[in-house]
Write a protein that binds this ligand. Structure first.
Ligand SMILES: NC(=O)c1ccc[n+]([C@@H]2O[C@H](COP(=O)([O-])OP(=O)(O)OC[C@H]3O[C@@H](n4cnc5c(N)ncnc54)[C@H](OP(=O)(O)O)[C@@H]3O)[C@@H](O)[C@H]2O)c1
Length: 258
């Protein structure tokens, strides 16, 4: 029996739609997974190393499952999609949320080594690309039922403005934003591709960023950083749309206006 929170877009031809949310054992990804599950979707949770947390969440959320994969490894990106398809038999939504950062003052150019650039690109840019490629056939098959499939990339306001924890991080998110638009134009109308670009969000990643928190409290028109649930609300709106594509939606509490 499906809970009455199920939305029209969560069930197609009697089958629950399946959403893979990468990096969903913590922070923004966990909130998106919880939100999509409460909207009636089957959620495939994923993380790199927090296996026990992933299994506990899968046990808690109805119809959910958990998969471990290190997305810095290209072969593990492809096998993640294979494993989700083997378990659930379909894939309708791919949320690329797993991401890493490195805090380096922008003026410390020597500190931002090629090794750091490569590490951030592997997880923040190349992994979403490989995942979309591995998922394309399944997403196109989903769209044959009459509702476009969906890719949602969790980017950052740092990919839109000259800001962010470091230049390599900001550039990796700018690349993800541009990839979003190029893929949206390429994969339409079967697959919608959008990006959500949060400003500061209170997650384990940013727990110690007291300067940024003070900045958001003082300067952002909304007077605070986002909660993961604020971002999950927007993610759900994008996932449940049947029309939106090619957009990079900045969710920074209005900070870009200041
Ligand atoms: N928090 C913010 O202020 C903010 C702002 C703008 C954008 N974002 C973006 O939002 C996304 C989520 O951020 P968050 O703050 O929620 O992060 P978080 O709490 O640190 O969670 C990161 C998730 O990604 C997974 N992950 C990291 N590296 C991985 C890898 N190599 N392979 C597979 N999974 C990996 C982690 O798994 P393990 O725990 O197992 O390592 C975890 O589940 C990121 O893309 C980030 O850049 C965050």
């Amino acid at each position: 029996m499906i809970a009455d929170t199920v939305t029209t877009s969560s069930v197609k031809n009697g089958a629950l739609r399946v959403a893979l949310v990468t990096g969903s054992t913590s922070g923004i990804g966990e909130s998106i997974a919880r939100r999509l599950a409460s909207d009636g979707m089957t959620v495939a949770l994923h993380s790199r190393s927090s296996v026990e947390r992933g299994k506990a969440l899968a046990a808690e959320l109805k119809h959910a499952s958990y998969f471990q994969a290190d997305l810095s490894q290209v072969d593990q990106c492809s096998s993640l999609i294979d494993a989700v398809l083997a378990q659930h038999g379909r894939l309708d939504v791919l949320v690329n949320c797993a991401g890493i950062t490195e805090a380096i003052p922008h003026a410390s150019i020597q500190q931002a080594t090629p090794e750091i650039w490569r590490r951030l690109y592997e997880v923040n840019v190349i992994a979403p690309w490989v995942l979309v490629g591995a998922a394309e056939a399944a997403l196109r098959k989903s769209a044959e039922e009459g509702v476009p499939a969906c890719v949602l990339n969790i980017s950052s306001h740092a990919g839109v403005r000259p800001k962010g924890a470091s230049i390599p991080y900001a550039v990796s998110k700018a690349a993800l934003n541009h990839m979003t638009k190029l893929l949206a134009a390429t994969l339409a109308p079967a697959i919608r591709v959008n990006a959500l670009a949060p400003g500061l969000v209170n997650t384990p990643l940013t727990q110690s960023w007291t300067d940024s928190q003070a900045l958001w409290n003082e300067r952002a028109p909304m007077g605070r950083a986002a909660s993961p649930d604020d971002i999950a609300d927007l993610a759900a709106m994008i996932v449940h749309s049947n029309y939106l594509t090619g957009e990079v939606i900045v969710a920074d509490g209005g900070m870009n206006l200041t």
